[in-house]
Design a protein around this ligand. Sequence first.
Ligand code: SF4
Length: 363
Amino acid sequence: MSGLYIHLPFCKSKCGYCGFYSEPDAYGLTEKYFDALLKDLSARQSAEYDTLYIGGGTPSSVSPVLLSAFLEKLSAKIPFSFEESTIEANPESVTPDFLSVVREFGFSRISMGCQSTDEKVLKLLGRVHGRAEIFGAAELIRSMCPDTALNLDMIFDIPSVDNSVQMKTLEEMISLAPEHVSAYSYSFDTEYLKNTEPCGDSAFLDVKKALQAAGYHKYEISNFAKAGHESRHNMAYWRLKDYDGLGASAWSLKNFEGGRVLSGKTRDLHEYIANPEAFAETDRTEGVHAAAQELVFGLRMLDGTDFSLLKYRYGDAACVFEERVDTLVSEGMLTWRRENLCLTEKGELILDSVQEYLWGCLP
Ligand code: SF4
C-alpha cells in the first residue's frame, strides 16, 4: 500500500492558527507550480499509488481550468484507479466549476474545512468564509457530486469560546450528514490567540459522545466516520506506511527493514519551483527509535498498536517500553485488547503526555 500526497500551498489569506505551509496571493505562480509537481513526480520510483490526497492550502481556490489541466497531465503519468482519492476545499471556493473537476476526475472524497458555524468564531479564527457559505457549499456538493463522500473539519477547545458554541457547530455539522468528521482540539502551536482567556475543561468527551450517538465511530483520536468511510490515506500515515509527498513542505516516507526514512521538501514556493526534485531534509530512523514511532502513532488509532508485531519487527528494541507500558496500564491510561495496546478514555484525554512518557525511555 502506498499513497500519494500533493500539496497546493495557495490560500486567499492566512488563518492565524494555521501551521500548514501556504502563501496568500501566490496564485500567479499556479501554472509554474503545477509544472514543478509533475517534474517532482517524474523523479519518484513508484509508478502507481493506492490512494491520492490533494491538500493544502486550499485546492478549491486555484483556477479550476489550471487544476483540470494539471490532473489531466497527472493521469497520463499514473493510473487514476485509486482505492480512494480526496481533495480539500474551503466553503467560499466550492463552485460549480470546481465541483465539475472533482466529478470529472472521480474524486471519492471532499474534505471541507469549516471549523465553526458561528460567525464570531469564524472571525476570531481568521476564516474568510461565513456560516452561510458552509451550508451553501455542502448543498452544492450533494447536488453536483452525490457519489462523493464528504468530510467536515471542526475545531473545539478554542480559547475564549464557550464550548457550548462549538457543540452547536457540531450539531449543525451533523445535520449536514457528512460521512466523516475530523474534530480537532485547538492547538497553541502558533501561539495564535495567546492573550485570550483559555477555555475550561476539554470538550473532547462531549464531542465524542455526540458523534457516536449520531452513528459515527471514532477510529482515530480526532477522526470519526460512518461505517466504511474511514480515510484510508490518513490511516496509512498513522500506520507509518510508505507515501510520496509532492510539493513545497510535503513529506515522503519510505520503510526499510528495521526502520524508515522521512524526507521533506522546502517550505518555500519559489525554491520548490526552481528545484522540485530536491529534498530539503532527510531523517533516517531505525531500531528502538523506529519502534517508538510505530508504538506512539499506533496509539492514535482505535485498534492501537499490535505489540507482538512490534516485537517481531524490532526484537529486543521493543522490550525497552515494557516497564512504562505496564505503568500506564496500571494507571488506567492504556489497556490490552488481545495483542494490541490501546488507549483508554482516560488516556485519550492526555494522549500527548502518554506519548511523551513512552518517548522518555529512549536512550
Ligand atoms: S485556509 Fe486552511 S490551509 Fe489556508 S491558512 Fe486557513 S487553515 Fe491554513
